[in-house]
Ligand binder design. Structure first.
Ligand code: MG
Length: 393
């Protein structure tokens, strides 16, 4: 780029105030993980990595302030978090007001929706280049499907798709021009986007090539599509193995249910050997130690507790990585009791503890044909394999 750096320095305003009701319950989509980090952090990192970006202003809902602080932890680039208004336009104006109150605001501003994590240096460079000769610029893609108007549920007339584009963000502007345009826009009217605001004030907004990766994450499936597009890791596998001794005078717990039997398993907790193997498979899949690290047998507080507690804990750690259980397969090795009659109750109970569908859980029983410690009824062994995949996959 031939211009001096200060002439093409820009501020980024990331609008992250939305609640994303189409994603269902839980935190707003911009705070959920995709491809290894929160949606919002992808955009922040892309802007922060650009040498011409002077400041990033993150506009959030009041209730998300702490979440935003946590997401921005460790960033060296100047990031300012401010609370936005009740509408997108009010949030953009809050961001612009922050900039105009600065002593030396950068000449350009890129206004971006947090729900589009796929910003990259190429798009930013194309936008900044376009601002050298235009007051506004936005990334857009051609429309590849046929487009038509619909009247009363039937196709009315086709629309020339050559004249249409799919508009994305960030949208880039001369700071002075977009501030003036927002001031001139009617207070009570909502705007489609900031390009519409500049156009209404007589400014020209040119189109630069966008990218498919700049897609807006709206529905749960969009998270998987984006993760695939970025080549982010999508699967992790883990396996676990455990043994406990059979003794008289103890209750027998397997897969979170109590089974009537002449003997029970001996151990520090309730000695649910199947759940222990499953926990180790989960810890293994996320590369986070083993059950002995998280629940040391030397710790008195775990004495006699239900192993359901360990499994809930392991599942919480899994969810924190943005992964979900695709399926798990358990094998319980013993001569007695027979596993078959308890299989469905075990599946239902594990599904309940893990908060997943029972169809993702398989439980198998086998013997060791009278051989070894399991064959001599001295103990029960269990093996587990789990496959994790991106959440919403
Ligand atoms: Mg154990």
């Amino acid at each position: 780029m031939s211009s001096p750096v200060e002439q093409c320095a820009f501020a980024a305003i990331i609008v992250a105030g939305g609640t994303g009701s189409r994603m269902g319950a839980g935190p707003a989509k911009q705070y959920r993980d995709v491809a290894g980090k929160p949606v919002l952090r992808h955009s922040i990192d892309a802007f922060a990595a650009h040498s011409h970006c002077d400041i990033i202003i993150l506009v959030v809902a009041d209730s998300d302030r702490d979440r935003a602080d946590a997401i921005c932890a460790g960033l060296t680039k100047k990031v300012v978090i401010i609370v936005g208004g009740h509408t997108r336009r009010a949030s953009v104006r809050a961001g612009l007001n922050h900039l105009t109150a600065m002593d030396m605001p950068p000449p350009f501003v890129l206004i971006h929706d947090a729900a589009r994590p796929g910003v990259d240096e190429g798009v930013i460079d194309r936008l900044i280049d376009a601002l050298h000769t235009n007051a506004g610029a936005l990334p857009a893609l051609p429309v590849t499907d046929s487009v038509a108007r619909v009247r009363d549920g039937a196709i009315d007339e086709p629309v020339d798709r050559e004249a249409l584009v799919r508009v994305q963000t960030p949208q880039a502007f001369h700071l002075d021009a977009i501030v003036e345009a927002h001031r001139a826009w009617p207070e009570e009217k909502e705007a489609t986007d900031d390009a519409a605001v500049l156009r209404a004030a007589g400014g020209t907004v040119v189109v630069v090539p966008g990218t498919e990766k700049l897609m807006k994450l709206t529905y749960p499936v969009d998270f998987s599509v984006f993760a695939t597009m970025t080549g982010a890791e999508r699967m992790r596998i883990g396996q676990g193995y455990d043994v406990h001794a059979l003794v008289e005078g103890k209750q027998l717990w397997l897969c979170g249910i109590r089974i009537d039997h002449s003997h029970g398993l001996s151990g520090h907790s309730d000695a649910d050997v199947a759940i222990h193997a499953l926990c180790d498979a989960l810890f293994g899949a996320i590369g986070n130690g083993d059950i002995g690290v998280h629940f040391p047998p030397s710790d008195e507080k775990w004495r006699g507790v239900s192993s359901a507690l360990f499994l809930e804990y392991a599942m919480n750690l899994v969810r924190q990585t943005g992964l979900a259980v695709a399926n798990c397969d358990l094998t319980i090795i013993c001569e007695a009791p027979k596993i078959g009659p308890h299989r469905e109750a075990m599946r239902t109970r594990l599904a309940d503890i893990m908060a997943i569908d029972p169809s993702r859980i398989s439980i198998k029983g086998t013997t060791s044909e009278g051989l070894g410690f399991t064959g001599r009824h001295e103990g029960i062994a269990a093996q587990a394999v789990v496959l994790l995949q991106n959440e919403n996959g």
